[in-house]
Unconditional design. Sequence first.
Length: 321
Amino acid sequence: MSEVDEQVNEAMREVEQVLFRSLEGSTVLEDMGTHLIESGGKRIRPELLIASYLAGGGKDVSETYKVAAAFELIHTASLIHDDITDDPTLRRRRPAPHRRYGLSRALVAGDYIFAKSFELLAGASEEVSRAIAEAAVSTAEGEHIELLLSFDTNVTREQHIDIMRKKTACIFAAAAKVGGIMAGMDPEDLVAVESFAENIGLAFQVTDDVLDLEPSAALTGKPSGMDLREGRMNAVIYIALERLEGKDRDTVIRVFMASSPSTKDVENALTLVRGTGAGGIAIIEAQRYMDNAMEALGDRFDTAIRAHLEAMALEIIRRRS
């Protein structure tokens, strides 16, 4: 393990403590947030911020802890609200908050956690605050566009990529950008880490789309085929529809466009989608995004920093949950 790996790991332990302290207490709202935080998560966004800070030559990593934790709280709040919209039974192998506590309480808890992120950002520079605000707005826009295009099999590839960029990749990019800003990173280097993070965010989303095919929630921590059930286009479904023909294609489209498809119909459609090899093609697409990410870095930064960032990118496309 390199010195950079040790620095990042130590910083992430401190961020974890900040997360729990920010939600300390005994109210139901706080307990709901802690329930989701305790269930794990990959913490990619705060790690990106810290790694970017170190890449920019930041000297006092402790100044990143609260801002890094704020990114994780924003992400957690968005998951709660996303689950209210999508209605999965599980989140991170536990009952989704709205299933455990009810819709109204989960909605308020998401708002509460989002507000808690503002507390952690008190004292942040205007540049940092603006970058985070823009990313939060973009995420909401991505979610909204995805909802508007639900049950639409005519979604174009460009529209789907735009949704991925807004809904997922922008927060990755913002985390890296903020870390660089806090370190006083050179503008060209800042563009490089932001591009790196956006591309691994896209790789993350495509990999998520592939994992949505998994037949068991034991691996992914949430039910399989959620996008198909909810009529949401993803990379795998898009590729499968390009390859399917005749009755098989009609079957998948019928399930995709149904408001409440049966479990049997979803499983039949998933079997057809898997049979096209769309998952493997999507993994190649995720690999291309990862290659773009590493190309964005080039030979910038210390070797150990680049190695850490590359390991993060590899973990994203190799993950099983």
